[in-house]
Design a protein. Structure first.
Ligand SMILES: [Zn+2]
Length: 427
């Protein structure tokens, strides 16, 4: 048994306790609760272990307020010898609990090798595994060359603007050589990146009139119906045929996709307390929000033009049709090359620890890699961590203790390889 392996096995109870403590701090987002508390907890632990900790509040970021400040932590271990910088980044926020739980979502119950709770797999278990991996490596190599960094960041679940994006804009990744984001992608798989995103709002216009004489008005809902019909007949079938060479999982996400997130037409919703009847009116406006996920082979400008062309076609066919389209959000696809140093190092470590070849995947949705790529200008970044992706955001979310230990071993071997230049030992 190699010494790093022993070092990590000996930390089993500590890893369990750390994961439980993190789950028990309910860092719900929205609105963004207890961010300072979780950063303080981690800073106390890491400072005691000889790490230098910096707390950074994302002043002015979306959602940041005196009531819900956006706190981030960066911890650094730097013995002062030249070398590479390896950075582990984990988001500390979790999504709402939702219905259907049989376990206490913030109880962090340990049962048959699994720890249950909101954020167990996405991604407090991964963050805990990365911390223990780094601590085990430092215990064996206190004077290692280069630098190790661990960041615990806010708001990944709501776009990362008060977290990784904020840090990247302030140069936090300028000196970083390698990034591992321990999101729950399975301990034997390397996630190279994600598809692109374009959200837009489309509004059709009409003219209000009495509902008993709709011919005196012009229905924005019927105009939107024509748009949706065009999407059904032409756009959706076309998108299904467009396939990527990216190894996206699940299989269906290898095609371009479009979701219609919402539709609102006519009178505003009168709310649950209202007991009267609605008024008979022709709808003078109708809005939809679309969520288009695009492939690395597609061009964002072309993706937008395709939708505009569809709207123009409807306009040519309907004399009174007018519309507006407004961009809400966009993310360019990101994919790290398989030959990148962090990918090769992680693949070799997975093979040593698990005895099988690493799988390569690309995420259907985005995560904080987008900010490290676009703002931080760093391509040498992957997501790698323990846990079952399908459990994320679900009731009775859990993380497996053995999966955390195995992925911690992988991450410790990656540190050994990238900092010490040691090939991962067998065993
Ligand atoms: Zn996550």
């Amino acid at each position: 048994m190699d010494s790093l392996r022993l070092e990590i096995e000996n930390r089993r109870d500590d890893l369990i306790r750390l994961t439980q403590d993190l789950i028990r701090i309910p860092t719900l987002n929205p609105p963004g609760r207890h961010y300072r508390e979780i950063c303080d907890y981690l800073a106390a632990r890491l400072t005691a272990g000889g790490w230098t900790c910096e707390m950074i509040r994302a002043h002015g970021a979306p959602g940041d307020s005196e009531e819900f400040p956006r706190w981030n932590l960066i911890a650094r271990h730097d013995p002062g010898r030249p070398g590479e910088c390896v950075h582990f980044n984990g988001h500390h926020d979790v999504v709402e609990v939702g219905h259907g739980w049989r376990r206490d979502p913030f109880g962090a119950e340990l049962d048959q090798g699994r720890i249950y709770g909101r954020g167990a797999c996405d991604m407090k278990g991964g963050l805990a595994a990365a911390i223990v991996a780094a601590e085990a490596f430092v215990a064996r190599h206190p004077d290692h060359p280069g630098r190790i960094e661990i960041s615990a960041t806010a708001d990944e679940e709501s776009g990362g603007f008060g977290g990784v994006a904020f840090l990247a804009e302030r140069g936090a990744f300028a000196h970083v050589g390698h990034v591992i984001i321990p999101e729950p992608l399975h301990k034997d798989r390397i996630c190279l990146g994600h598809r692109g995103v374009w959200w837009a709002e489309i509004e059709t216009h009409g003219r209000i009139a009495h509902g008993s004489m709709p011919f005196l008005g012009d229905s924005a809902i019927r105009h939107m119906g024509a748009v949706l019909d065009e999407m059904e007949r032409r756009l959706f079938p076309l998108l299904r045929t467009r396939r990527t060479d990216m190894p996206v999982i699940p299989e269906g996400a290898k095609s371009s996709t479009l979701n219609i997130n919402s539709i609102h037409g006519g009178e505003p919703d009168l709310g649950p307390g209202f007991t009267g009847l609605p008024a008979p009116c022709v709808a003078d406006r109708c809005r939809i929000v679309i969520d288009r996920r695009f492939l690395i082979e597609e061009d964002l400008a072309e993706v937008k033009r395709e939708v505009t062309a569809l709207l123009e076609k409807v306009r040519a066919e309907r004399p009174t049709f007018t519309y507006e389209i407004r961009d809400l959000f966009e993310v360019i696809p990101s994919m790290t090359e398989r030959g990148a140093p962090v990918v090769r190092s992680t693949a070799a470590a997975i093979e040593r620890v698990l005895g099988r070849e690493a799988g390569y995947v690309v995420s259907p949705g985005t995560y904080d890699q987008k900010h490290i790529d676009r703002i931080g200008k760093l391509k040498n970044c992957i997501a790698y961590g323990p846990g079952v992706l399908d459990l994320a955001h679900q009731p009775d979310e859990w993380i497996g203790v053995q999966d955390m230990l195995d992925s911690a071993r992988v991450m410790a071997l990656v540190l050994d390889d990238l900092l010490n230049g040691a090939p991962p030992p067998r065993g």
